[in-house]
Design a protein around this ligand. Structure first.
Ligand code: GLA
Length: 358
């Protein structure tokens, strides 16, 4: 957590409640380098935590209620006992959901939430919020919770309180990621390893300017299509399917494309982890470019504005690195990887603003 965010959360808490918080907990957002729409197919993913995220200042008070302030929205929430679902999905759904799903909080808490992660840009602001709340609840209750359990509670919150049938990549990257490292996560058994990003590489994010909207329905449709593909191929998940099986199966065109993306994307993630280990930037860039084409044409989750940003960045970067859409799609962020000493050149060539992840 940046020093500014920490002191901002403490100050806003004190302004609101008249006391200093007992503690401020933090959870970052994440960017995914490669391995898109494969987490819910038991695949491999390679996300990285970003520096920005969500801070929760809190203190214990008497009673069994919760008083929660979302400072960035200028909104409050208060309840006691088992929280109900709010009428529509909002930040309240995530806070209440995390309290209910993690079973970590017994109430008697004031919390103030603030963050420096832009919402709707595909950097997992909701997973960041859930994990930050979970950390605050655990510390306030004096309990230790394993990152995997925190991630699972946050995923249940998305499923049961926000209606998004997401995989577990975002929650795992946020709960267990290590700054400056990519995380090679096997979404089948949740084993992972932290992979150092070479010193001489830069990982950058730029916002396409298109806020993800109405995506949850599309997301859930993609997941259902993948499950239908796995069922038609007679496998437990697309992780177990091969390109040959898809070619022989006579799937309808849409189902066939979805399956081909997932199978190739899992392979790309494996290859990208190899290129990261050997520091092969040209190979890594080629994998990113291939990943974008597949998300655009086979999985059909990109939008023209994002494609335009990717094309612009790829032209400026050339063969030594690459760029692609990152996250669920339908807008949001683009990730770019290139030699660290070329970042100034990329900024001048594109006139764009970037968040530096590494
Ligand atoms: C969203 C979901 C993740 C994952 C990505 C696509 O971020 O929350 O579980 O499926 O989309 O890779």
């Amino acid at each position: 957590m940046s020093a500014e965010l920490q002191s901002k959360a403490a100050k806003l808490f004190a302004d609101r409640f008249g006391t200093v918080p007992d503690a401020v907990n933090f959870a970052p957002g994440r960017v995914n380098m490669i391995g898109e729409h494969v987490d819910y197919n038991d695949g491999l993913v390679l996300p990285m935590p970003v520096r920005e995220g969500t801070a929760v200042g809190w203190s214990r008070v008497g009673g069994d209620g919760f008083e929660v302030v979302a400072a960035d929205f200028g909104e409050d929430d208060s309840f006691s006992g088992e929280p109900d679902k709010p009428g529509e999905v909002s930040w309240r759904s995530y806070v209440r959901g995390m309290i209910a799903e993690s079973e970590l909080g017994s109430g008697g808490m004031r919390m103030l939430i603030t963050g420096d992660l832009s919402r709707g840009s595909g950097l997992s602001s909701s997973a960041s919020l859930c994990i930050a709340i979970g950390r605050a609840l655990a510390q306030a209750g004096g309990v230790e919770i394993a990152p995997v359990d925190l991630a699972r509670a946050a995923q249940r919150t998305e499923h049961n309180w926000a209606g998004v049938a997401c995989g577990i990549m975002d929650q795992m990257a946020v709960a267990a990621g290590e700054p400056g490292h990519a995380m090679l996560l096997d979404c089948r058994d949740l084993t992972y390893s932290h992979r150092a990003v070479p010193e001489g590489w830069a990982v950058l994010i730029t916002d396409s300017g298109v806020t993800r909207g109405l995506v949850d329905g599309e997301y859930n449709i993609r997941r259902a299509q993948c499950e239908a593909a796995a069922a038609a191929l007679g496998v437990a998940s697309l992780r177990d399917a091969s390109l040959e099986q898809v070619a022989a199966a006579g799937l309808d065109e849409v189902t066939r494309r979805r399956a081909l993306h997932v199978i190739a994307e899992i392979e790309r993630t494996r290859d990208a982890a190899g290129a990261l280990a050997t520091g092969d930037l040209a190979e890594f860039g080629e994998i990113l470019r291939g990943g974008h084409v597949s998300l655009r044409d086979m999985f059909e989750v990109s939008v023209p504005a994002v494609d335009a940003v990717v094309t612009e960045l790829q032209a400026a970067i050339g063969a030594e690195g690459g760029a692609r859409m990152t996250g669920g799609g339908f807008g949001g962020a683009v990730v770019a990887v290139l030699a660290a000493d070329r970042v100034g050149e990329l900024k001048r060539a594109t006139g764009r603003e970037f968040l530096r992840v590494h």
